[in-house]
Design a protein around this ligand. Structure first.
Ligand code: GLN
Length: 531
């Protein structure tokens, strides 16, 4: 089922094979008809992860990057929409030579082409393909059929790992394997038997349960792997190694076992387990609903974690719905209790006024503030209103008619928005920027030239740059042409950390190499906490 941990499982399998010197690719296949995740509400399906090449992908690509420290591309992400789009394109080009085009086998064949393309592009020894969704659901059928076709052609090269959930009903206090047994039977009906079963649960799978599941799949117990809940997702590869998963996987693939190197990784998570000191970070956002905020803001959360661990702190993250500040400004005083505030990315006017109030409050109270994309635009609007004195300053995204559009629609976006051409049309992916010598940004990165990933349609309006700078706002990062403002900050002389980025630094943080701006922000937060 969704959110059970398939992404972390796939990333961890990538990690343990990579740690043995095999080259690994991770591919995500999503069942939705959307061409990509770019048009899906974050509260609906989690964060949209942006690649260097500008792909707007499922959040699992972020897990892959954080675990294997490899850069994913659009070849590492497929959806039902992409598969059908390509098959229909070919049909319109008469590429099927007059045959009728069928769901079976033409759709699975295109899925196989994409899996093989991912392998070729990555030159991977082993390709870990993660299927989203649940065994037994209709939209997964063509993907399972693709797996069956691949496996029947190359039985020793392809194998199936079932990630299943083992519930422990609280009244019984006993782990149950029935849902897993049902899932195996569903797989059998698709002509597949799992080669491994990963047992996700709040606890380890008992030997009895492993035997029961092993019997249904005719598998030895070594291939039934326990995956209990852990404090940190980064413990999962280490746990898998305790169950000998890496060695058994290679044996199944007929590849030689090699010595593994997980030393640095394991050492970090030993250290993390012992950290007791806390740092309290508030996230002022709006995509909070029945799903966990974790899914929506996963890269932001992980970036905070990486940076705090390096500074021997554990982060307590407090979720602050910006809309409440619009109803009652007094509530802003809750920010006083925090060590720092982040305003992450977002779209549309809902909640924006509350974020603008929070940015102003953090500025006045000298609470470290870090704005990510929308958070940088919010910082700029708040500064224009409260310091420059342009009372009705706004973004054209929030109010098209505003008298002072300090954040304006990017020139190349005007027609796209007018024509409702929304799919994959933002300013997307990696772009270089040049930093201002001596600025907070420059000191944090320790270099003048950077490259970061973007996803936006609006920008700081060039007409207001000179006035904003005169009023004290420093644009410390710009596109090489000097036209686009990439970072806005206040001098350290007036504020301990007040900085926003037009890009998304959260996509490039890794457990063993925290992002320099998150590291600098967390340092400022810890300093405030000590006071
Ligand atoms: N909505 C803003 C824009 O499109 C910010 C985007 C974001 O936060 N990713 O420019």
């Amino acid at each position: 089922m969704s959110s059970v941990g398939k992404g972390i499982t796939a990333a961890s399998i990538g990690k343990i094979l990579q740690s043995r010197g095999y080259s690994v690719a991770n591919l995500k296949a999503d069942m939705y008809v959307n061409i990509d995740a770019g048009t899906i509400r974050p509260a609906e399906h989690g964060e949209v992860f942006v690649g260097e090449d500008g792909v707007e992908a499922d959040q699992d690509l972020g897990n892959y990057e954080r675990f294997t420290d490899q850069t994913c591309t659009r070849d590492d992400y497929i959806t039902t929409g992409q598969i059908y789009q390509e098959v229909i394109r070919r049909e319109r080009n008469l590429e099927y030579g007059g045959e009728d085009v069928e769901v079976y086998p033409d759709i699975p064949k295109e899925i196989i082409r994409r899996i093989e393309l991912c392998q070729k592009k990555n030159k991977s020894d082993i390709t870990v393909v993660e299927y989203g969704g649940t065994v037994g659901e209709y939209q997964l059928h063509p993907f399972l059929e693709a797996a069956r076709m691949m496996k029947s052609k190359n039985p020793l090269d392809v194998f199936i790992i079932l990630v299943s959930y083992l519930p422990t009903p609280s009244l019984l206090g006993e782990q149950k394997s029935k849902p897993t047994q049902r899932a195996v039977i569903d797989l059998h009906s698709m002509g597949l038997n799992p080669d491994f079963v990963i047992c996700r649960s709040d606890r380890s799978a008992t030997p009895d349960i492993k035997r029961t599941i092993g019997n249904v799949c005719s598998l030895p117990v070594e291939k039934i792997i326990s995956a209990p809940d852990v404090y940190s997702i980064y413990d999962v590869p280490v746990n898998f190694e305790k169950e000998n998963l890496g060695a058994t996987l290679l044996k199944t693939l007929g590849l030689p076992e090699r010595s593994k190197d997980l030393k640095e990784w394991t050492a970090l998570f030993h250290k993390v387990a012992k950290i007791e000191k806390k740092v309290r970070i508030g996230i002022v956002g709006k995509y909070f609903n029945f799903k966990s905020c974790r899914d929506t803001y996963i890269s932001v959360i992980e970036s905070i974690n990486h940076a705090s661990w390096a500074l021997s702190r554990k982060a307590d993250i407090v979720w602050l719905d910006s809309e409440k500040y619009e109803k009652d400004k007094k509530l802003l005083s809750e920010l006083d209790k925090l060590d720092g505030v982040i305003v992450p990315g977002g779209f549309g006017s809902r909640g924006a006024e509350g974020m603008i109030l929070a940015a102003d409050y953090a500025r006045k109270k000298k609470i470290p503030y870090f704005g990510l994309c929308l958070g940088m635009q919010i910082l700029t609007i708040s500064y224009a209103r409260n310091v420059l004195g342009l009372k009705d300053a706004n973004s054209t995204e929030m109010n098209e008619e505003t008298a002072h559009p300090v954040i304006a629609t990017m020139a190349d976006q005007v027609d796209k928005i007018k024509n409702k051409n929304y799919g994959a049309t933002m300013r997307l992916g990696a772009y270089p920027a040049v930093l201002k010598n001596g600025s907070l940004a420059f000191v944090s990165y320790g270099k003048l030239k950077i490259s970061e990933r973007h996803r936006h349609r609006y920008e700081v309006n060039p007409k207001y740059i000179a006035d904003l700078e005169k009023a004290g706002l420093v644009f410390s990062g710009r596109s090489p042409s000097g036209i686009l403002m990439e970072i806005a900050e206040l001098s350290k002389k007036v504020h301990p950390f007040y900085l926003g980025t037009q890009f998304h630094p959260e996509f490039k943080s890794r457990p063993l190499s925290p992002h320099p701006l998150f590291a600098a922000f967390l340092k400022a937060c810890i300093k405030k906490g000590k006071k």
